[in-house]
Write a protein that binds this ligand. Structure first.
Ligand code: GDD
Ligand code: MN
Length: 392
């Protein structure tokens, strides 16, 4: 083999596909793969011991095509299980540099395979066929229900996983079955053995992990065809499975977890501030106290207590991964934290509240809510992430 030739393994899961598996394998080895000059393209069929004996047909074809491989799973656990077993085999036994997910039923045009590889050659790490960009399509004759699920389901999972970040705008077809993924630095960094779903939902998780790993991502148009023979294996609970996986991906994402903890710590800080002021007042009040001065002092003390609480809990919990430990750093960061709290929590909101009042009249409570949610919280989040607990 040419030393420059890399290996792209075409992984096809099959279950009861005896009707067309021969045509597909012939097409791949006679028309598609010979035209790809700069890639070695083994084909790996992962069959779940199909009752129609698809695997026996493949075994016979192996005499004819030495680059045809077969992995037989003893039980049917689902497409995600089949594909990930196939990925392991492709990486461990076939030295895959790229893995291509493909279907056996001609709904993905085999002519799209070289197009995926061209984009990999162009430097992309993750290339998918999209039915939703210009040039892509779903079958005209599809039932309204199926179209509805593809569009609304796809959009929902895209929204749940990515909104408002860049991938939300980039990934138009998250459930597509046609994809090429680079192994080194990407697929080899994904824990394929503990996926949220072994069924169709695995597609969503692999997509999410690839994007998380910062894969350079590209979509090419996919004209999804009608199935030639046999029947769709897509189960009735697929929409639910896909939604479940989308939610789990987003929920366990580092950003989500950090933001939730940041919110809880902030909420607790608010309680410390209000309750603390009351407690200080109870301790400090005297029969002849100047109440205005006392309230001011109690609020200042409680606010500082809240700042200490926020700093501590964010340091040990929210930003545990970026935890500040050295005494010098602790002091300098704590000073910065105090200053920034003063600016984002007092100076900026107060100025904005004063401005709003002069323009729109006296609605203090409303302006406070706007200032806290619109300014203090986002600004704090920004300062904590970019300055105080900046990732190394
Ligand atoms: N080994 C194995 N085990 N293979 C399976 C299983 C399974 O449990 N379930 C499905 N397959 C195989 C089928 O034999 C076929 O080759 C391929 O996976 C795709 O299955 P289809 O039954 O043709 O799925 P579909 O066309 O309805 O679903 C399409 O849309 C999905 C959602 O948009 C495909 O393009 C999917 O890839 C896509 O995720
Ligand atoms: Mn299909």
């Amino acid at each position: 083999m040419n030393i420059d030739t890399h290996t792209a393994v075409i992984v096809i899961a099959t279950y009861n596909e005896a009707g067309q598996i021969t045509a597909m394998i012939d097409t791949l080895f006679k028309e598609i793969i010979p035209a790809i000059t700069n890639w070695n393209c083994p084909v790996l069929i992962v069959d779940d011991t199909s009752p129609d004996k698809t695997y026996e047909i493949v075994q016979n074809l192996q005499q004819k095509y030495p680059n045809l491989h077969l992995l037989i799973n003893p039980v049917k656990l689902g497409m995600g299980n089949a594909i990930t077993k196939g990925f392991h085999y492709a990486m461990d036994k076939l030295s895959a540099d790229v893995v291509i997910e493909f279907d056996s039923d001609f709904q993905h045009p085999p002519q799209d395979i070289p197009k995926l590889l061209v984009e990999i050659d162009n430097g992309y790490d993750f290339v998918i066929g999209s039915r939703k960009i210009k040039g892509g399509s779903v079958p005209e004759f599809w039932s309204f229900k199926r179209k509805f699920f593809t569009y609304v389901g796809g959009f929902t999972s895209r929204f749940v996983m990515f909104f408002t970040f860049k991938p939300f705008f980039q990934v138009t077809d998250p459930t597509t079955g046609l994809r090429a993924s680079r192994v080194k630095g990407f697929v080899d960094h994904i824990d394929l053995d503990h996926l949220y779903s072994l069924k169709f939902g695995y597609k969503i998780e692999l997509l999410f992990r690839m994007i998380q790993l910062k894969a350079k991502f590209k979509e090419i148009p996919l004209q999804f065809g009608l199935r030639e023979t046999g029947e769709s294996k897509i189960a009735k609970d697929t929409a639910k499975d896909i939604l479940k996986v989308s939610i789990l991906c987003r929920w366990h994402d580092e950003f989500t977890q950090k933001f939730l903890k940041f919110g809880i710590v902030g909420g607790f800080g608010f309680v410390v501030n209000t309750l603390g002021a009351k407690i200080f007042k109870g301790i400090l009040i005297r029969p002849n106290s100047n109440i205005s001065l006392l309230n001011g002092i109690c609020n200042a003390l409680a606010a500082e207590l809240a700042i200490i609480s926020n700093f501590t809990w964010n340091n040990v919990w929210t930003f545990a991964k970026e935890k500040i430990t050295s005494p010098y750093q602790l002091i300098s960061k704590f000073i910065t934290f105090n200053l920034s709290s003063l600016i984002t929590g007092v100076v900026i909101p107060s100025v904005v509240i004063a401005l709003l009042t002069s323009v729109f009249g006296d609605k203090l409570f409303l302006y406070q809510v706007i200032a806290i949610f619109g300014l203090t919280i986002p600004l704090n989040w920004f300062v904590y992430n970019k300055i105080i607990w900046r990732k190394k």
